[in-house]
Design a protein around this ligand. Structure first.
Ligand code: NAI
Length: 332
């Protein structure tokens, strides 16, 4: 494409190119290489543009043809839209709470969704996630899966590969809210918590990486917790598992970055789901509101927005990160 511009400096050129591409050509999100010709050199202002650093014609004052190649973010709003169209995402524990919200948020942005969960019915009630996803126009399948069983997750990956779209995103969200301080943590509590919250994430990462290596890359998000970041009341086995999730995330991110696989963690603070309402000690909700600097619990949607950002190309240079979505709980 050739763009004729009369520009007084390089910033001016780039601004015009962005405007033209954004409004006239409706380009896809991302960055684009743009060749510009017929630059009218202005000796007074091109000198000042040296910080832009691209090849350009000398500031000779004459109008002539030249070519400048510049990597341009075409449309900031477009790139931040977290577009997921043409993709398929697997969400473990996607029937309820945060996982359900991740599934619906991704579907609203165009993704097909495979829900891998022990139960199809949401813990909080309502229509199953797969039905709600289909209502958005996306495709969705439910796979009855226990994350503690590697073969169940491999089945979920197969189902995802059969759905329309590129299977390139996986969210390890399923979790079990094991509570109790160390002296009250029995073997059953410890084993179930580690199996579900940590081994389940290992199984999900392994399954996703196997598929993504074959498919040329992808993005994984592991749901950890503020309990994996700081000391947390009544959460010995849960905190140990979630800390392990953050460490595993970093390790897998480093190992497979060169293969085009990004791996990040999201650590929610107290979030308004059945896990918080039903699975914790009496008074945890009011404790959460009092102790969170923003003086409220988070919503599943607030966590989901961050997860979908991380799986999308908007986060194309982010890997190994642990993003805390907790109203400031872990930084006070
Ligand atoms: P939730 O209890 O509302 O939903 C969890 C979902 O995971 C359910 O649909 C459940 O059936 C499924 N699940 C449980 N064990 C499973 C297994 N072995 N295999 C497959 N699916 C299984 O919980 P919530 O609050 O939505 O939690 C989602 C994630 O967020 C969990 O990893 C949790 O540890 C984490 N988290 C939650 C916080 C909160 O305050 N709600 C705070 C920090 C982290």
């Amino acid at each position: 494409m050739v763009v004729d511009l009369k520009a007084t400096n390089s910033c001016h050129i780039i601004t015009q190119v962005v405007d033209i591409l954004s409004s006239a050509l409706d380009p896809p999100p991302g960055d684009h290489r743009v060749s510009i010709s017929n630059i009218v050199c202005d000796p007074l202002t091109l000198d000042r543009a040296s910080s832009i650093g691209d090849p350009r014609t000398p500031p000779c004052g004459r109008s002539h043809t030249a070519v400048m190649t510049k990597r341009v973010f075409v449309d900031h709003a477009e790139t931040m839209r977290m577009d997921c169209s043409g993709r398929t995402i697997v969400v473990t524990g996607g029937s309820s709470g945060i996982g359900r919200s991740i599934a619906l948020t991704a579907a609203e942005r165009g993704a097909n969704v495979v829900v891998a969960d022990l139960e199809q019915s949401p813990r909080e009630g309502g229509t199953p996630t797969t039905e709600a996803v289909r209502d958005t126009g996306s495709e969705s399948e439910f796979v009855n899966a226990d994350v503690t069983d590697l073969e169940d997750l491999r089945r979920a990956a197969e189902v995802a590969s059969e759905l329309d779209g590129t299977f390139d995103a996986w969210v390890n969200n399923a979790g079990y809210g094991a509570t109790d301080e160390l002296t009250k943590t029995d073997a059953e509590n410890w084993e179930r918590s580690i199996e579900t919250n940590l081994t389940g994430v290992y199984h999900g990462c392994l399954t996703a990486v196997e598929s993504m290596l074959a498919n040329g890359g992808g993005s994984i998000v592991n749901i950890a917790s503020g309990a994996g970041v700081i000391g947390f009341l009544n959460s010995a086995s849960y905190s140990a598992a979630k800390g392990g999730v953050i460490a595993l995330t970093q390790q897998v991110a480093v190992d497979y970055a060169a293969d085009g696989i990004r791996v990040n963690a999201v650590s929610p603070g107290f979030t308004d789901t059945e896990m918080l309402r039903q699975d914790t000690h009496d008074g945890t909700e009011s404790y959460a509101e009092k102790k969170t600097p923003m003086r409220r619990t988070g919503t599943p949607e607030e966590v989901a927005d961050t997860v979908v950002f991380l799986v999308s190309d908007s986060a194309s240079f982010i890997t190994g990160e642990n993003v805390r979505v907790d109203g400031g709980y872990t930084v006070q």
